[in-house]
Structures are given as C-alpha cells and as structure tokens.
Design a protein around this ligand. Structure first.
Ligand code: FAD
Length: 323
C-alpha cells in the first residue's frame, strides 16, 4: 500500500539535525512507493530544502514565519497542524528529540491519533508497519503496529541508517503560508549549555565521566579524549549531583538516552538508572578501578585501572592514528 508520509525535520543553529535524515529513511520504507514529504519550519529555512531531497524527500514544504524563529510548542504546533491539514498524510514521523517529545503528544491529541514514541526500528510486513521501541528503561523491547488510521511515530536518534546522500535528487519546494496566532511563549534567548560542540543525543562517540572523575577539573582528560575522537562529553548523575558538570550532560533514566557507536564510561559504577540511558550503545568501553563494578557487565571492553592514567594514554594513542 503506497502511503503519503510527512517528515517534520528539525533545525538547530541553521542546520538540519541528523535524526531528520534518519526519519526520511524510515519514511521511505513506510511510504512503500508512495510520497515522502519533508517539512522544514523556521524564520528562514528555504536554503535547507535541497538537503532534504538529497536524503530521500520527494517533495519539500517550507514553513517560513517570523514567529517560528525559535521553537515554541505553541507556534510550531499551530504551523504543523496546518501543514497536516493541507497534506492529509497517512503517516507522520519526527525525531524523538527534546522538540519531538514536546510537540508530538500535543499533535497526536489534536489529531485524535495514537503515537508510537521512541521507535528504534521499523519493519515492513506486507501492509503492516511494525515499530520496535524500548520499554522498562531499555531492558526489553516491544513491537507495535497501528491497526488503522494515522501512523504517527517519533524516531530515536542514531538507530535508523540514513540513506546514502544523493546530490542529484531534487524536487518541488512549496512554501506553506500558515497563520500563527499570538504566541503565549516568547523565547528571548537560547543559551547552549553543553561544553562540547557535539550534540550528546546524536553523537556517534561519547566519553562519559562519573563520580570517579572526582572534580570538575577531573573532566579535563575526558574533554581532551573527546576532542581527539570528535566525541561529545556526557556524565552520570553522580557526577552532576557532585557539581562536577552541568545537568545537561546527564545520561540515564532521568537524563538523556543515547545510542552512540562508541560509549566510553570513565569512573562510572553502572547503576541501573545510568544503564537505562546508554546500554543500547553499539560498543561500550568501561574504565573503572573496581573490577567488580557493574558497568563491566554491560561493557564490550573493560579496562580495570585509574582513569587518570588510562584516559591520557588512550588520548595519546588515538592522536597517533587520528591526527
Ligand atoms: P558511583 O556509583 O559513586 O561510582 C563511581 C565509580 O567510579 C565507582 O565504580 C569507582 O570504582 C569508580 N572510580 C573512582 N575513582 C576512579 C578512578 N580514579 N579511576 C577509575 N574509576 C574510578 N544516575 C545516572 O547516571 N543517570 C540517571 O539518569 C539517573 N537517574 C536516577 C533516577 C532515580 C530515581 C534514582 C534514585 C537514581 C538515579 N541515578 C541516575 C543515580 C544512580 O542510582 C547512581 O547513583 C549514579 O548513576 C552513580 O553515579 P556514578 O556511577 O558516577 O557514581
């Protein structure tokens, strides 16, 4: 069954986030020969339309409005609902990001539809679209399908492979004029808190520190390793609670959920609440001086030792091969 699939792309600092391309790849499968429509909203976003074609969109809708300069649930939900109304899609996808998590329940309720949130995989079985999503803080996975009506899902970053970029692809770009009533929320300023330039939730490599780093200065060797690897720096709640770093770095049940290709845990014991946010990483390396630390139970590679000796050694070795 050919479907019309709408993908709401996400923009950060004038660039499309990678999860938007992952959603386009998923949309291609769901469309089953139908149409994949990328939507990009903001104050001035038409320059981003081409990139959506390169990653699989057949048509792109731009929604340009000064009230969409900064993300607000109020403004974006008004804009998205008008686009949905004019397109009448069979399926809607967006990233399971802070924005996606914020806006998708509101849209689903306005559309009287269900919502499959935090999908980590998609299979097509005949007419059925089957989503995989983690439950019980990542300890198990469930499979879900929508029996009838709109298919609406959010996609967890870093789980679905993007299509190979094809710069020869192009298509029709339509600007949708939307009417946005006065906003109840005004964003005055957006302050980036992360210490690293790499976004934690989409990072391919993460170097994370726990209480074992012992101080905010103790993060320095981790920052240096992250710099060499092009990685983001994350933390356990233990490190955040001890004020060694900002809570925006927290990974876990009550922090960010990450699925990088490589997760290097330094001085983290491996509490269940921390594992909930990182145990689905593809390769886990743990550095801990306690050989009994629980983190070694989920690690693919374990290094028993003092992180202040091991991490600088790794940095030097990676420098030799990467620089
Ligand atoms: P610790 O458990 O103190 O471990 C420090 C580790 O560092 C130890 O294993 C030690 O051997 C090692 N170490 C010390 N010095 C060195 C050294 N020099 N070299 C190498 N290793 C060294 N935690 C999260 O992380 N994320 C969450 O989202 C989260 N949510 C929670 C929600 C709830 C409701 C609750 C109750 C708890 C939550 N926690 C969360 C807290 C969690 O239970 C743990 O307390 C926390 O993860 C411990 O952090 P840690 O591993 O850094 O510290």
């Amino acid at each position: 069954m050919a479907r019309k699939v709408l993908v709401f792309a996400e923009v950060r600092e004038n660039e499309l986030r990678n999860v938007s391309f992952e959603a386009l790849a998923a949309a291609k499968d769901i469309a089953a020969g139908g149409e994949v429509i990328g939507v990009v909203a903001g104050e001035s976003v038409s320059g981003l339309a081409e990139t959506l074609f390169h990653y699989g969109a057949d048509r792109v809708i731009t929604v340009e409005n000064e009230k969409l300069k900064a993300y607000t649930n109020d403004g974006y939900s008004q804009a998205y609902l008008q686009v949905i109304d004019s397109v009448q899609p069979d399926a809607i996808l967006m990233g399971h990001t802070a924005q996606g998590k914020d806006i998708s329940p509101k849209l689903a309720s306005k559309l009287s539809s269900g919502l499959i949130s935090d999908a980590t995989g998609i299979e097509i079985d005949g007419e059925d679209v089957i989503f995989t999503r983690p439950i019980y803080s990542g300890k198990a996975f469930e499979k879900k399908k929508v029996k009838e009506g709109l298919i609406f899902a959010t996609i967890r970053p870093n789980n679905i492979s993007v299509l190979e970029k094809d710069e020869s692809r192009s298509g029709e770009v339509v600007n949708e004029d939307v009417e946005i009533k006065d906003l109840r929320t005004i964003v005055k300023e957006v302050v980036r808190k992360s210490t690293s330039g790499v976004d934690l939730s989409e990072a391919k490599v993460i170097v994370a520190g726990g209480r074992g780093v012992k101080s905010s200065e103790g993060f320095e060797p981790l920052n240096e390793l992250a710099e060499v690897l092009g990685a983001a720096v994350g933390a356990s709640r233990g490190a955040c609670d001890a004020d060694y770093c900002d809570y925006s770095l927290q990974i876990g049940q009550t922090g960010k959920v990450v699925t990088p290709d490589l997760y290097i845990a330094c001085g983290i014991s491996g509490a269940i609440q921390h594992l909930a946010g990182m145990s689905n990483s593809k390769v886990i390396v743990a550095i801990n001086k306690d050989p009994e630390a629980n983190i070694f139970n989920v690690a693919d590679y374990g290094i028993v030792g003092d992180l202040f000796e091991v991490v600088p050694m790794l940095t030097e070795e990676f420098k030799k091969v990467l620089q």
